[in-house]
Design a protein around this ligand. Structure first.
Ligand code: SAM
Length: 288
């Protein structure tokens, strides 16, 4: 089953046409899981230096080494930008990491979660308990199915929607299209906020510009944040945000000391700093 293009001589290499001519390689000790679901090829590896790693269709979704930066920023930027988030929807994110972070907000009363592939959830529960603990939260209701179809049926339901999608090849493709963003907007309560996986400023300029344009056209406010994730392509990933009211680039609520101590990446300072983009990116996003 193991794809030899990705696994060779004790190393996993993330080879993909989305970042031609480059590939991050991690040294691996053991293949813990290697199966095809109805949607994608799911692999879990024990790496030598970066903890357990989840890959879907040969693309790294997370490592224990640096998963906190993505999960914390994807969850806490929209949740702290909102003055009082009570209802939340998470689409994708079958590993449970975003749910773990959403769960840290006491003001959140209910979380709907929609993931297309239940095998990702069961694999995460087996091999990534530090992330899958997000599913233990009694406020979470799990739905298995296409996130685009799920959200199309919702109107005025959520204060915050977080789309923790894989890349726009395979089942995640629909989550990068304008009709999906129109559904997200309809599904928000007044003053609601969306945050979606925004790919890399360096590697996916067209995709980033397209997401920014869609959100700019549909939402009252739009912003793009950039975060460091060493094991993502190019070492960074973006978050595309849209708001029906609240300012996105600074927190609307104070973080209490107890919660801050639980975190490794997010803070009020990094919330603001994440929106300071390199000049080429500013020009790209200003001239859409
Ligand atoms: N942060 C990660 C990244 O970009 O590397 C994404 C992690 S998370 C594992 C991505 C999840 O999105 C996968 O579990 C995948 O099954 C799910 N997904 C992909 N397309 C989906 C869709 N149309 N509806 C719901 N979930 C979807």
């Amino acid at each position: 089953m193991t794809d030899t293009r990705h696994v060779k001589d004790g190393w996993f290499s993330e080879i993909c046409p989305m970042w031609p001519g480059m590939a991050l390689s991690l040294e691996i000790e053991k293949i813990l899981f290697d199966e095809k679901s109805a949607f994608q090829h799911i692999q879990v590896f024990e790496t030598r230096h970066h903890g357990t790693m989840l890959a879907l269709d040969g693309i790294i979704q997370l490592t224990q080494f640096d998963e906190f930066s993505y999960q914390e920023m994807m969850a806490h930027i929209p949740l702290f930008a909102h003055p009082k988030p009570e209802t939340v929807l998470v689409i994708g994110g079958g590993d449970g990491g975003i749910l773990r972070e959403v769960g840290r907000h006491a003001c959140v009363g209910a979380v709907d979660f929609c993931e297309i592939d239940d095998m990702v959830i069961s694999v995460s529960k087996q091999f990534l308990p530090d992330l899958a603990c997000g599913f233990d939260d009694p406020r979470v209701t799990v739905f298995i199915g296409d996130g685009a179809a799920f959200v199309k049926e919702k109107t005025g339901a959520y204060d915050v929607i977080i789309v923790d999608s894989s890349d726009p090849i395979g089942p995640g493709e629909v989550l990068f299209k304008k009709p999906f963003y129109e559904s997200l907007k309809t599904a928000l309560r007044p003053g609601g906020i969306i945050a979606t996986q925004g790919e890399s400023l360096f590697l996916h300029k067209d995709c980033v510009a397209n997401l920014a344009k869609i959100t700019r056209d549909l939402f009252t406010r739009q912003a793009y944040a950039c975060i460091m994730v060493p094991t993502y392509p190019g070492g960074n990933i973006g978050i595309c945000l849209g708001s029906l009211g609240p300012e996105l680039t600074r927190p609307a609520r104070k973080i209490d000391a107890g919660l801050q101590e639980q975190l490794k990446y997010y803070s009020p300072e990094i919330h603001k700093a994440a929106f300071a983009l390199p000049f080429f990116a500013r020009k790209l996003l200003e001239n859409l």
